[in-house]
Design a protein around this ligand. Sequence first.
Ligand code: SF4
Ligand code: SF4
Length: 406
Amino acid sequence: MTRQCLFPFSNLTVNPNGTVSPCCKYNVKQGSPNISEDTLYDKNIHELFFQPAMENIRDQFRRGEEPAGCQLCWDEEDSGITSMRQHRFNISKHHDTAVPKFRNRLNDPKIISLDFKFSSLCNLKCRICGPYCSSNWLKEALDTELYHEHTIKIFSSYADRKFVNNEKNFEVFKEVIPNLHLIEFYGGEPLMQPEHSKIMEILNDHPGIEDVKMDLYYNTNGTIYDELAVETWKKMGVVELNFSIDDISDRFEYQRYPAKWNEVLTNINKYKENCSSNVSIQMYMTINLHNIFYLDEYLKFNSTNLKSRIRFNLLHWPEKMAIKHLPKDIKEIIKYKLESLDENSKSYIESNFFSLGSLIHFMMDNSGNSEYITEFLESTKKHDDYRKQSFKDTFPEYWNLLNGNN
Ligand code: SF4
Ligand code: SF4
């Protein structure tokens, strides 16, 4: 049986550099015509959805071919993992309101879902991030020679207001509202982006928006409380609000500089108090070399304070921050700490996506390379000096272990 996918027929992913793709996993370097040639700088979202390169991907699926740009999905499926393609098929089967919207899309493509990464505008420079995703990283990346000046110039343009500068986008957006099943907002930081505010205004004012039952999905860094969004969400379907919280207290502030832990906690509590019951609040934790050693403390803090579901996301890139490169003896300590956790602390993990067991299994994989740990410590020191922070003082036990001191 051929592998069919709903994404090219129903979804538009907008990337910070203004390019689009059928989904966030599609490799835009594949295919002809080249899908990265048309951008938001001179086309609106309707034109981009119906551009020849998108039509070419749709035609490949119609002919029963498996596009080369979809290799990530094919690889995941071949190794037994549920791919994004399969996940969307499952939603379309089980979500009552979504079924009619997704039906017959093969012959009649329509924008049913939008995945917005409007720009790289962000107020933080998280250790796991960089100037391609966060405008706040640009100066430090240049000053510390992380990238060449020419590359930084290209990354700077990712912060441009491409969507909001073309009024036609909002006209098209208003027209597709009745068909929309889902909008996803990613960053930069979505809640500080003017595009997001404008979309909230439009949704809030749209007559009969409650009947559309549109779902929304967010990843936010928690530094902003958005009153207009909270009001708008009351009229929507399910709103999934994910806070990117990777650690607690001073370790959080180190990793998500210059966010303030108490301010973010205050915002999370304010959202919990004021959001309607259709808003589901979760913690979104990107597991990487900075936070894996203290994951047990994070889980305990969550079970007694935040009491929120936690979704794990595994960092694969930059490679020097991937947990598989840890030395075996440190991995054994982490494994022991995690396996000794009380059941209440473990109970908040969103196991539909990644269980604690599979996380340990991934970490224990022995394909790591210790050279990446050296690279991690060197680059950490460089950015510590620049920011006047100290990995050694903030993570003392872990620092000792990483430096071979028991
Ligand atoms: S098969 Fe996978 S990569 Fe290709 S369009 Fe569908 S979801 Fe995207
Ligand atoms: S909040 Fe998100 S976009 Fe901003 S620096 Fe952190 S990881 Fe990057």
